[in-house]
Design a protein around this ligand. Structure first.
Ligand code: 3H9
Length: 698
């Protein structure tokens, strides 16, 4: 027998075990082996039935995603699933861990399914820009009903074994040893004369599914799935389960799957799947690096950021000491944390008792002695170098040896901060994104002297508090903000050029951004950008640069919080303000900025390509380790849609020659200062290569 599966007879039952670590993905080799095992089962007179089970930590976690960019090799998964179903001998799938995607589809090709209580099953293909393509869109509605199947496929969220049992996706829960339990179950089915249940032959329960159902369903999911290609394809495929014969509907599913697989969306989302796993691999920090034990955390500063950071740790069960300069600030900070938790209570996500328990894990203090024993201290004070240095000097005096001293700075020189301590090896940046209790991204900033175990610990902490930690180097703004500045700069310049902010925002939104640049600035506060620009010490001298941020901030128009910024606010509703465009026109005249007409394409290019050019520089300087790391930053921290894959993947898919040509065109128009193509971009464009290719073959 080939080595990805084993075949053994126990009590007249063939036990087919897949063993393809780490997650038993259905690779070509596994598919071939399963095919052979099924042939053997058919010919084996000593086997009356079979159990399909997996070794290791999980049942099959899906098709092997690494094979999606290569030509498909037979047997392809849909054919294998049909072969399981066609078996004349009864087959039971025995599920532990997660049966996902092609894994659940294979299980649904079997005649019965049993699972351990902790198992979870789901069809998460949508997260990869795909639809289930091995008859899952046809089988799940037959077992669980149309609505439940759609909900599972559109959300991509797996359900528990208990939920699967209730929905009819599995027939039995096995307490205790799965293998022996599944064999006993198969034996009992045989002895009881249970029929061979072929899911494809079941009717789809169509009660309550009228002509309107699918269009209503599509309308209902529209807001959450805006811009994504796969969700509507899933709906169409399930619609086929109702309106077409099984054989025709499977063909429809195949067509819709192939369209998804070839789409830029799926290529982007598959790229992110691997990029998000790769970020934790640091070339000079091996996985075996020991991590420091983090049992207690202290947060310096109880402002909005400090409060949000605190909540992350409390939610992960780690007690936090919060330090503020005075009792009043402390009371305000604790009040906001309580208020945030109350919102969760109001929404039914938390009970009053849990709220009190969470608050009980926070110790408010005003004296540095109170944070002396913490394993990890995160400074979240005002973004100002002198203040930060002062805090770190105090931490160096008070904190125990071995404590990790982290700064939440979003832009400042971490090495300069570390230099005020006697232990720069213990200093690291942990840049959270607002709102810190919600946003997934954590930029982990490595200083010149940060120790390897401190980096490994910060990455482990990120995982513990359910953040995506990305390691970056020291420079102004690190990776995210540094690359976001050109995007903001171009939005600002376009305002001076007479292009209304609402148009720029609409184009960015339609491209897929969660919000346009002007709306983001108004939300964060124009003063935040104003201060950041002023902290940027070696900013090129350009009076036009972000001029409107300066003018509006100095007028006290700071954004949503003052009721007016670039927009005027009626409650939270942004209303275009003609006065702002009047100011922009006057400023443009004074600065000699031409009024121009631009296409939507130009708006996208100027916003995105300026950012990509900076990204290439970030890579050249080694500030980001891989282009994929940059992409992970932008989809997790800056509202970039996953279906674009992040700025660097978007550039690769657009073609670096096109990006280079456009940047050169803007250099001709605006000069060298901001639009000089980065040498790396120029070289790769000339060689017809991608950032990804460069990263893998350096
Ligand atoms: C599909 O099935 C299509 C079909 O409908 C139709 C076909 C015709 N393939 O996440 P982890 C790797 S689409 C290849 O760190 P965890 C992963 O890259 C598929 N590799 O572990 C990582 O590698 P490395 C539908 C895969 O315990 C390692 O395994 N299925 C696959 O945190 C460990 O992964 C899905 O979308 C794969 N399918 O989480 C499920 N899955 O160590 C995708 C994982 O080199 N997978 N790897 O970095 C998951 O959601 C999680 O991996 C899982 C485990 C929950 C299983």
């Amino acid at each position: 027998m080939p080595d990805k599966t084993s075949y053994e007879i126990v009590d007249g039952i063939a036990v087919i075990t897949i063993d393809n670590p780490p997650v038993n993905a259905m690779s070509t080799a596994v598919r071939k082996d399963c095919w052979a095992a099924l042939d053997k089962l058919a010919a084996d007179s000593s086997a009356q039935a079979a159990v399909l089970i997996c070794a290791g930590r999980t049942f099959i976690a899906g098709a092997d995603i690494t094979e999606f960019d290569k030509p498909i090799e037979d047997p392809w998964l849909p054919a294998l699933v049909e072969k399981f179903e066609a078996s004349d001998k009864l087959i039971v799938a025995a599920i532990h861990g997660t049966a996902l995607g092609g894994g659940l589809e294979t299980a649904m090709g079997c005649h019965y399914r049993c699972a351990v209580p902790a198992a979870r099953v789901g069809l998460p293909e949508v997260n990869l820009g795909l639809i289930p393509g091995a008859t899952g869109t046809q089988r799940l509605p037959r077992l669980a009903g149309v609505r439940k199947a759609l909900d599972m496929m559109i959300s991509g969220r797996p359900v528990s074994a208990a939920d699967a049992l209730e929905a009819g996706i599995v027939e039995k829960i096995i307490d205790g040893d799965l293998r022996s339990g599944a064999i006993t179950y198969a034996r009992a089915l045989l002895d009881g004369g249970a029929p061979i249940k072929r899911v494809s032959q079941l009717e789809v329960a169509a009660d309550g599914i009228d002509d309107e159902f699918f269009s209503e369903y599509a309308k209902g999911m529209a807001r959450k799935t805006r811009g994504f290609f796969a969700p509507a394809q899933i709906v169409k495929s399930v619609e086929a389960a109702i309106n077409e014969s099984y054989e025709d509907a499977v063909k429809t599913e195949r067509r819709l799957f192939d369209e998804c697989k070839a789409s830029t969306h799926s290529r982007s989302q598959r790229h992110l799947f691997f990029a998000e796993r790769e970020v934790s691999k640091i070339p000079d920090v091996p996985r075996t690096t020991p991590v420091r034990d983090i049992k207690s955390v202290a947060v310096i500063g109880a402002g909005t950021m400090g409060g949000g950071i605190t909540m992350n740790f409390v939610n992960a069960g780690i007690p936090v000491t919060v330090l503020e300069v005075d009792e009043a600030g402390l009371a305000r900070g604790m009040g906001s944390i309580r208020k945030n938790y109350s919102v969760a209570v109001d929404k039914g996500r938390m009970t009053e008792a849990q709220l009190e328990q969470a608050m009980g894990m926070i110790t408010p203090v005003t004296d540095y002695a109170g944070v002396a024993g913490a394993d990890l201290v995160i400074e979240a004070v005002f973004e100002n170098m002198d203040i930060k240095k002062d805090v770190f000097a105090k931490l160096d005096e008070t904190c125990k040896q071995g404590a990790i001293l982290a700064s939440n700075t979003s832009s400042l020189d971490l090495d300069e901060i570390a230099a005020v301590t006697s232990r720069p090896q213990d200093v690291i940046g942990m840049h959270f994104f607002a709102p810190a209790n919600i946003m997934k991204l954590l930029e982990i900033v490595r200083g010149r002297e940060t120790a390897a175990d401190v980096i490994a610990t910060a990455l482990a902490v990120a995982k513990k508090i359910r953040k995506t930690g990305v390691l970056v180097g020291v420079c102004f703004g690190f990776v995210g903000n540094r690359m976001f500045f050109p995007y903001i700069r171009e939005a600002q310049l376009m305002m001076l050029e007479g292009i209304p902010p609402e148009r720029v925002d609409q184009v960015a939104f339609d491209w897929g951004m969660a919000m346009g640049p002007h709306a983001v600035m108004d939300l964060s506060g124009l003063d935040v950008f104003y201060k950041l620009n002023n902290e940027w010490r070696d900013r090129p001298d350009d009076p036009v640069y972000c001029r409107m941020i300066n003018v509006l901030s100095e007028m006290g128009r700071l954004g949503q919080k003052t009721g007016a910024g670039t927009y005027r606010y009626e409650g939270r509703k942004a209303v275009p303000d003609p006065e702002v465009m009047d100011i922009a026109r006057r400023e443009a005249q004074a600065l000699g900025v031409q009024q121009i007409e631009v296409s939507d394409e130009e708006i996208v290019e100027r916003l995105l390509f300026s950012m990509i050019n900076e990204g290439a520089r970030v890579l050249e300087e080694g500030i980001a380790i891989r282009p994929g790391d940059i992409d992970v930053i932008f989809v997790n921290g800056y509202g970039m849609p996953r279906y674009r894959g992040g700025p660097m993947k978007y550039a690769d898919m657009t073609g670096l020659d096109k990006v280079y040509a456009a940047i050169s065109k803007y250099r001709d128009r605006y000069g060298d200062l901001w639009w000089t193509p980065t040498p790396l971009l120029e070289r790769l464009a000339g060689e017809g290569r991608t950032f990804q290719d460069w990263s893998e073959n350096r």
